[in-house]
Ligand binder design. Structure first.
Ligand code: GTP
Ligand code: NAG
Ligand code: NAG
Ligand code: NAG
Ligand code: MG
Length: 420
């Protein structure tokens, strides 16, 4: 008796589940016009439903996961045949999501620049996934900022104010010495060299954003800065690609750091390596960071204004020991260490090289550099609108060639044409 009641309940549950999913898909609030255009484009190319474009990993998304990944896309569900709808039955929209969030550090005055970034991220990706977005600020966000960003993000937004002690000089910093450095850097016209707030920002992004109470609720993050652009549809879930391929950190652009901002960062990194050999695994990316077996730093770093990464790694003892060692040496204030070289040296030393992923499929711009996939097929399949000539990957100032070489990865056909 109890058994058959349970079965009836299960059937009813499943039936209403399907109805709800059907209702959500067909009453999608996505405007008609873009959907129609998108559908047209889809028909011309390989149908996205049967043959979703895969990431740069060859096949980052195992076949079993493909349906789930495609499931939350309203555009597909609304026009797909009945079987495709039915395949949603046991993978509710909620359960396909990763434990992940977007994260943005911003000032109230960054509102319209971050609005631009959000629109890009939503149009190219998140409108189909509805991931949350955490906004952090050293001051309280104002109503206007909250109102506009809440309206733009398709997931849930959260707003956090950074505690004073994470956005000020630690007591072990000699303020006079720090001030002299800023005056000197101002004279030498080093970019942001005279800025106090930029230094707080770099230190916060290096050591504290992932420890905010709001960030403790997540395992994965995707960092987004104001005024960035995405140029291709992202038809896979980068968080899932990371998880399923055991990745911890990722990048789209890499380059050489401005040497004057980090004269002694490598001394601190070496001090860390000596003090904590247990945190340095075999098969890391030291070779990408150093051309002389660790004696000196070649200044290569991943550009951290874009990052998809694992928060548990940043919260690990290894990373925290690394940050602590660097922080105590004072270079965030006595020099002008950026969070990009800090994250990059950490990723290069603490992770195995297979744990770092180059997201070729995520075409991206942050002034002044562009990552645009070299492969024309990729650009067409994903409706990219970047000019391949602008691709920075293979130019002299990029470190991405070195990354490919260290990993024995084959560069995409036609890369020579984008070299300068
Ligand atoms: N709350 C807050 N956020 C800041 C502050 N300074 C920078 N940020 C944020 O920190 C991130 C990095 O700052 P940017 O000014 O973009 O630094 P950048 O990318 O090195 O330089 P740009 O070329 O100017 O973009 C961005 O998300 C900014 O919005 C600040 O004083 N307060
Ligand atoms: C539903 O999904 C869960 C979790 O993925 C799985 O364990 C279960 O077997 C599925 N049920 C059916 C009827 O497919
Ligand atoms: C969904 O339902 C269909 C038809 O009943 C079934 O063939 C399929 O296995 C189901 N999928 C899941 C994930 O339960
Ligand atoms: C997401 O990850 C955080 C951090 O590891 C964890 O505390 C939380 O329970 C996770 N949430 C879910 C729904 O798994
Ligand atoms: Mg920026």
């Amino acid at each position: 008796m109890a058994g058959s009641t349970r079965i009836i309940r299960y059937v009813l549950f499943a039936f209403f589940g399907i109805m709800i999913i059907y209702f959500i898909s067909s009453s999608s609030n996505i405007p008609k016009a873009p959907l129609e255009r998108w559908k047209g484009a889809k028909d011309k190319n390989t149908p996205a439903v049967e043959n979703p474009p895969t990431g740069g990993l060859g096949s980052p998304v195992p076949p079993s996961a493909e349906k789930e990944i495609l499931a939350p896309q309203p555009g597909i569900a609304a026009t797909a045949p009945a079987e495709a709808l039915l395949s949603l039955n046991n993978s509710s929209l909620g359960t396909t999501k990763m434990n992940a969030t977007f994260v943005t550090l911003a000032r109230n005055s960054d509102l319209w620049d971050i609005a631009d970034s959000i629109r890009n991220v939503e149009d190219r990706f998140n409108r189909n996934y509805h991931y949350d977005w955490v906004f952090l600020n050293d001051k309280e966000f104002d109503d206007d900022f909250i109102k506009v960003t809440t309206a733009l993000v398709s997931g849930t937004t959260h707003y956090g104010t950074i505690p004073k002690e994470q956005w000020s000089f630690p007591d072990f910093i000699d303020q006079d010495k720090a001030k002299k450095v800023r005056e000197d850097m101002a004279q030498r016209k080093i970019i942001y060299g005279d800025s106090v707030s930029y230094r707080h920002m770099c230190r916060f992004e290096s050591g504290f954003f992932f420890r905010q109470p709001l960030m403790q609720n997540y395992e994965w993050y995707w960092r987004v800065e104001p005024s960035i652009k995405l140029y291709c549809d992202i038809s896979f879930d980068p968080f899932r690609v990371m998880a399923e391929n055991k990745k911890k950190y990722s990048f789209v652009l890499s380059l050489y750091e401005y040497a004057e901002t980090i004269p002694t960062i490598w001394d601190s990194a070496k001090k860390f390596m000596e003090k904590f050999p247990e945190h340095i695994p075999e098969g890391n990316s030291l070779k990408w960071l150093s051309d002389d077996d660790g004696k000196t730093y070649n200044h290569c770093h991943f550009w951290s204004n874009f990052e998809v990464g694992n928060l548990e790694w940043l919260r690990s003892k290894a990373y925290l020991d690394f940050f602590e060692t660097l922080d105590k040496d004072g270079g965030f204030f006595y020099e002008r260490w950026g969070d990009a070289p800090v994250h990059s040296i950490a990723a290069g030393l603490l992770l195995k090289k297979e744990e770092i992923h180059f997201f070729d499929d995520i075409a991206y711009w942050h002034v002044p550099f562009t990552h645009c996939p070299t492969s024309e097929q990729k650009r067409l399949e994903n409706r990219c609108h970047c000019n391949p000539k602008d691709n920075f990957d293979w130019k002299g100032y990029s470190c991405t060639s070195r990354w490919f070489e260290m990993n024995g990865m084959e560069k995409p056909a036609g890369y020579q044409d984008q070299q300068d």
